[in-house]
Design a protein around this ligand. Structure first.
Ligand code: NAP
Ligand code: SF4
Length: 682
């Protein structure tokens, strides 16, 4: 808890902090921590860590939380030996989680998730033996008895959850998992009572809810996660979704949560370029149809956004997962008028969903303690020390704030006139506006903690030595790599800083040298007219082809990409398609967005020279001249560690972090985690 956090100020967010009466219990506020797999669910030996992860968030005041998905049987596994609750002997381990949450004053539901054809294992089952486009295994079609057994497994899992002390369950009916597969013709081609017509396809989820309610009795929360927009073809029509919602309500659900998009959908639903609260309109449409409370979701990250959604009546509750990973005290800070100190989720997916898809434990780029609550802990402070931190990029900011939170005296030097480092470039990229939020957070936190911030000061070795610091933390970042291309001093050539900061005018035909994260960012920057569609939901849904009129199956419409103001080439020397090394859950969005803008993405390029005629290259041995107006160099980075070397010579205690330490494939996730770990132990 932050110092002095006692004043209750809920007047700014009256809807967010209105209690919600569910008949047999009252939730203290309208925040649901939505289900997110962390990787800690898969082994009972990690349940102590999972318990503390949830307990921290319960202490932070969240009204109701939902665990990551647990399958109700082996066939429903997400991957071999992943999280499952199907036997009584498993209950004991779960009591650690429910006990910790209840002791902290919270409530928690267990999510029951049967992966169906998304199961990454050879035992997967589905309504029909149709492989999904995102998994290598063809599922076995469930027999009629198999369907019955699966329904029973859901209800039994709910009963076990109740016996383990959970306050309820969430039945996962969206995102393209088994229940959703039953509901769509694309994956259900059965001709028995579980398929054939929309009415038959609905029987599976409705029976699950009905028998679950029968099994658990009345005073137990059942959330049904309803796929309101499938965003794939041959999927549900809106009137079918409404009919299902009514039947789920009648079958005994307490709350309906909104599901947006199957995992195989090719429309982004949660990445940072999706406008905030971009899908709450669909929950609002459903609100006209059912009486039980509805939960809305996707890209709601700050209290103001949540309050607006609730105030305009789009939903009764908001679900957030990643923002509560980023800041376990999100609710408590909003409630006490300290929302300016909320550590923001920037929807980058880099440490949460990308980790889960790589079979690694989830965490958070902005908060490396997430899911490491029992491991990344501050060492006891024996003596208050004085530290200098040089460089106010993400690494330096994380180090300075962590040191100050532990009670040390910190001076932070930054040679430019603003904090944020490379994030100040990122925030200018259309679709990455969210990257300005960390600077708001860090700025307020530096003030709160009394860190002395010296902007516009280039700290040199003599000053730092004279300062008698106990240690100096060097976070001086990176400098752009020199690609040494003949003719690169031609006036048409510029670095990515100049391109993105707008200090140079850029022509209509542009070649980008280097197709890493920054090359892709620059391509987005050059192919979008300001303001970006991220700030305009209607424009964004048109661009990606989301059917807001709900007239077409799956909620799909024809995408209407806006023309690029420039012709752009994005180049790399490595053979093959650029962008393969971008992150798993976001790379495809960047590639699709640039493709829609007509960007020519080329690999296997050799840069020969630059002259008045343009950029001369050879591609697979054949020479070509790209007659461009400008060339932007995005050829990676090199560490900027001269100051560290200078200080180490006279024996000053120096710690080098972030890009100054390792520039190769530098990212903010690594920089912030390294800085936080160091500062927690100095
Ligand atoms: P990067 O990802 O390492 O990419 C550097 C690019 O430059 C590569 O395409 C590389 O391809 C090329 N290159 C390397 N040496 C070169 C040389 N001597 N001459 C010409 N080309 C050369 O670095 P970055 O783009 O600067 O990004 C830095 C980091 O910031 C990223 O790794 C990422 O973690 C983070 N970031 C991520 C995103 C995102 O995910 N959207 C956005 C911005 C930044 P070839 O060697 O094949 O030519
Ligand atoms: Fe949000 Fe990125 Fe943290 Fe995930 S890693 S919770 S998307 S800030």
């Amino acid at each position: 808890m932050l110092a002095g956090m006692t004043a209750i100020d809920i007047t700014s967010f009256p809807h967010l902090f209105a209690p919600l009466d569910l008949g047999f219990c009252t939730l203290p506020n309208r925040v649901l921590m939505g289900s997110m797999h962390t990787g800690l669910e898969d082994h009972a030996r990690d349940f102590g860590k999972l318990a503390e992860y949830f307990a921290a968030r319960a202490r932070g005041g969240i009204g109701l939380m939902v665990t990551g998905g647990f399958s109700p049987n082996i066939a429903g596994w997400l991957k071999p030996f992943s999280s499952r609750l199907s036997s009584r002997w498993q209950i004991r381990a779960h009591r650690r989680i429910t006990g910790a949450v209840h002791a902290a004053g919270g409530r928690i539901c267990l999510q029951i998730l049967h992966a169906g054809r998304y199961g990454f294992h050879p035992l997967s089952v589905a309504p029909s033996a149709i492989k999904s486009p995102i998994t290598p295994f063809t599922p076995r079609a469930l027999s009629g008895r198999g369907v019955e057994r699966t329904i029973h497994a859901f209800a039994r899992c709910a009963k076990l959850a109740r016996d383990a002390g959970y306050d309820g369950v969430e039945i996962m009916g969206s995102e393209g998992y088994l229940i959703n597969q039953f509901l769509a013709e694309r994956s259900n081609q059965r001709s028995d009572r579980w398929g054939g017509s929309a009415e038959n396809r609905m029987c599976f989820p409705v029976e699950i809810v009905r028998r679950t309610r029968e099994m658990v009795g009345r005073n137990f929360i059942i959330i049904y996660r309803l796929s309101m927009l499938d965003l794939v073809d041959r999927a549900q029509a809106w009137d079918e979704i409404v009919a299902l919602a009514k039947q789920v309500e009648a079958a005994g659900a307490t709350l309906i949560n909104s599901g947006i998009g199957w995992h195989e959908a090719r429309i982004p639903t949660i990445v940072t370029s999706v406008p905030r609260a971009a899908f709450t309109w669909v929950t609002r449409r459903m609100k006209e149809q059912v009486r039980i409370p509805l939960i809305t979701t996707n890209r709601i990250n700050l209290p103001e956004v949540a309050e607006d959604v609730l105030a305009r009546g789009d939903a009764d509750m908001v679900s957030m997962a990643r923002p509560l990973l980023a800041d376990p005290e999100w609710v408590a800070k909003a409630r006490s008028g300290r929302g300016a100190l909320i550590n923001p989720c920037i929807a980058c997916n880099q440490a949460c969903l990308d980790h889960v898809f790589e079979n690694k434990r989830a965490s958070c780029l902005m908060n490396p303690r997430a899911c490491y609550e029992t491991e990344l802990v501050d060492a006891p402070v024996v003596r208050k020390k004085r530290f200098a931190v040089v460089g106010a990029g993400p690494a330096g900011l994380a180090a300075a704030t962590t040191l100050a939170q532990r009670g040390h005296v910190v001076t932070l030097y930054e040679q430019s006139d603003e904090i944020g480092g490379q994030f100040n470039l990122a925030k200018r990229i259309p679709g990455k506006e969210e990257f300005s939020e960390p600077m708001r957070y860090w700025g307020n936190l530096l003030d709160e903690l009394g860190v002395e911030v010296r902007l516009g000061v280039r700290a040199d070795a003599a000053t730092l030595q004279a300062g008698s610091f106990d240690a100096v933390v060097i976070a001086t970042g990176v400098t752009p790599r020199d690609p040494r291309i003949p003719g690169q001093d031609h006036p048409m050539v510029m670095g990515y800083h100049a391109a993105v900061l707008g200090t140079r005018t850029i022509g209509k035909r542009v070649a980008i040298i280097g197709a890493g994260g920054i090359g892709f960012d620059v391509a987005e920057f050059l192919t979008q007219d300001a303001p970006s569609p991220t700030t305009d939901i209607a424009r964004w849904t048109r661009e990606w082809g989301v059917d807001t009129a709900l007239e077409h199956r799956g909620g799909l419409d024809k995408p209407e990409a806006e023309a690029s103001p420039r012709e752009v080439w994005l180049l790399q020397r490595t053979p093959g398609r650029p962008g393969k090394r971008l992150n798993k859950t976001t790379g495809w969005v960047h590639r699709a967005a640039l493709k829609a803008k007509g960007v020519k993405m080329l690999g296997g390029v050799r840069y020969e020279k630059i002259d008045d005629a343009g950029l001369h290259v050879s591609i697979d041995g054949s020479p070509q001249t790209l007659s461009v107006d400008n060339v932007v160099i995005c050829a990676g980075q090199e560490s900027n560690r001269a100051l560290a070397d200078e200080l180490q010579a006279p024996g000053v205690a120096v710690h080098v972090i972030g890009g100054a330490d390792v520039a190769a494939e530098l990212d903010a996730k690594r920089a912030i985690a390294q800085a936080t770990r160091l500062a927690a132990n100095l």
